[in-house]
Design a protein around this ligand. Structure first.
Ligand code: ADP
Ligand code: MG
Length: 227
């Protein structure tokens, strides 16, 4: 199993008490498969991704990413694990305005010389894989919202992650473009054998997923059959 969460509980400070954002959540995601997490706003979907991304440490429970148990790892080890094994696609692409599409990917690697040229080749290959081969030298303002989200996805794959975490990638897109982005994520999951978790509040397109689980008030409530 490439991503495993076992009995994960996460609380945030809330006035005098604590708010339980995740309540004993367990989830296993094998390589090469895509799990959708649906649920209303505030149900804990982004918190689930934040824990899987090792960006927040749960109060209780176990998180294993690509064979590494994160409990007890220091900041530097966590940062290295994130950089090398985890790709994260947030809701907003937040691309750097002054960089072209290919440069957005290249900055992920912090390399120079020959390695940097190899990284450029990989960046161009990934832009091709997301259907943007002919947009590689455009800056964000020259791209559509859907194209920016594709750059965002390609960037998350730059370091060949084992785990791909995607938060509401279609929220800014119309139905058709949203479907195309989900098809792309499904194809990339297969091709690159990532363990992919996709958060969405949109129940359309769930037939494209391998599995759908639902969150409600911090709990993973049910496996929703594909619609
Ligand atoms: P979703 O992504 O499903 O909308 P979230 O995971 O963002 O849900 O939020 C789950 C609950 O945790 C909500 O009640 C939210 O207000 C709360 N929450 C999220 N992030 C924080 C935070 N950094 N500090 C305090 N409470 C938070
Ligand atoms: Mg959210």
């Amino acid at each position: 199993m490439t991503l495993t969460l076992s009995d994960v509980t996460l609380t945030y400070p809330d006035g005098d008490g604590r708010l339980t954002a995740l309540d004993r959540v367990s989830l296993e995601v094998p390589a090469g498969s895509l799990t959708a997490v649906v649920g209303p706003s505030g149900s804990g979907k982004s918190s689930l991704l934040a824990v899987a991304a090792t960006l927040v440490t749960p109060d209780e429970g176990r998180v294993v990413v690509a064979g590494t148990r994160i409990e007890g790892l220091g900041r530097a080890d966590l940062a290295a694990l994130r950089r090398e094994r985890i790709g994260i696609v947030f809701q907003q692409p937040n691309l750097l305005p002054s960089l072209t599409a290919v440069e957005q990917l290249q900055v992920m690697t912090h390399l120079s010389g020959r390695a940097a040229r190899a990284a450029r080749g990989r960046a161009l290959e990934l832009l091709d894989a997301v259907g943007l081969a002919d947009q590689a030298h455009r800056r964000p303002h020259q791209l559509s919202g859907g194209q920016r989200q594709r750059v965002n996805i390609a960037r998350a794959l730059m370091n060949d992650p084992a785990v791909l975490l995607v938060d509401e990638p279609t929220s800014a897109l119309d139905h058709e473009r949203g479907a195309a982005v989900l098809d792309l994520l499904t194809a990339l999951t297969r091709e690159r054998s990532t363990a992919t978790v996709l958060v969405t509040h949109d129940r359309a397109h769930l037939d494209r997923m391998d599995r759908t689980v639902a969150m409600d008030d911090g709990r993973l409530t049910a496996q929703v059959p594909a619609v």
